[in-house]
Design a protein around this ligand. Structure first.
Ligand SMILES: [Fe+2]
Length: 166
C-alpha cells in the first residue's frame, strides 16, 4: 500500500516535471512564435487591402513585402518544429486562444496600422528571445543558428517604420 502511494507520488512528480519541461521546451516556444506570426501575417494582409490615404502606394506595397516575408518565416518556424519532432500549431482554434499578437479590424487609420505592425514585431521579438533562451538551455545550436537573424530583421523593420512615423 505504502509502496503504491510512493509510486503514485513519484509518477505525479515525474508528470509535473515533464509538463514543466514541455512548457519551457524549444518546441513550445517555437509554437508560440508560430501562432503569433500567423496573426501578424493576417494583420499585414488586412492592412495591405484596406490601407487608405496619401501614403497608400507606399504602405500597400510595404505590407505586401512584409506578408510575403512573414509567410516564408512561418513555414520555416513550422518546419523547425517538425525537425524537432513536434507538431506545428496552426488551427484557428489554437491561434485564437493562444495568440499574444492582437487581431486587428479592417478599418484603421494608416498610422495606426503602422503602429500595430511595430507592436506585432515587438511581440515576435519577445517570442524569439524565449525561443533562443530555451534553445541555449537545451544546447540546440540548429535553432539558435536559424532564428538569431530573425530578431535583427524585425528590429530593422521597426526602425524603418518608426522613421516613417516621425
Ligand atoms: Fe495585393
Amino acid at each position: 500500500m505504502l509502496y503504491c502511494m510512493i509510486t503514485e507520488i513519484e509518477q505525479t512528480e515525474k508528470q509535473k516535471e515533464m509538463e514543466t519541461k514541455t512548457e519551457t521546451s524549444v518546441v513550445s516556444k517555437l509554437n508560440q512564435l508560430l501562432i503569433d506570426y500567423q496573426v501578424h501575417y493576417q494583420n499585414l494582409r488586412l492592412f495591405h487591402w484596406n490601407v487608405k490615404g496619401p501614403f497608400f502606394f507606399v504602405l500597400h506595397a510595404k505590407f505586401e513585402e512584409l506578408y510575403r516575408e512573414a509567410a516564408e518565416k512561418i513555414d520555416e518556424v513550422a518546419e523547425r518544429v517538425l525537425a524537432l519532432d513536434g507538431i506545428p500549431k496552426g488551427s484557428l482554434k489554437n491561434i485564437v486562444s493562444k495568440a499574444h499578437v492582437e487581431s486587428h479590424e479592417e478599418i484603421m487609420e494608416a498610422n495606426e496600422m503602422v503602429e500595430a505592425i511595430i507592436t506585432g514585431h515587438k511581440i515576435l521579438i519577445g517570442d524569439l528571445n524565449a525561443v533562443l533562451q530555451a534553445a541555449e538551455e537545451e544546447s540546440d545550436e540548429g535553432t539558435i543558428d536559424i532564428f538569431t537573424s530573425y530578431i535583427q530583421e524585425l528590429e530593422k523593420h521597426n526602425w524603418m517604420f518608426k522613421s516613417y512615423l516621425n
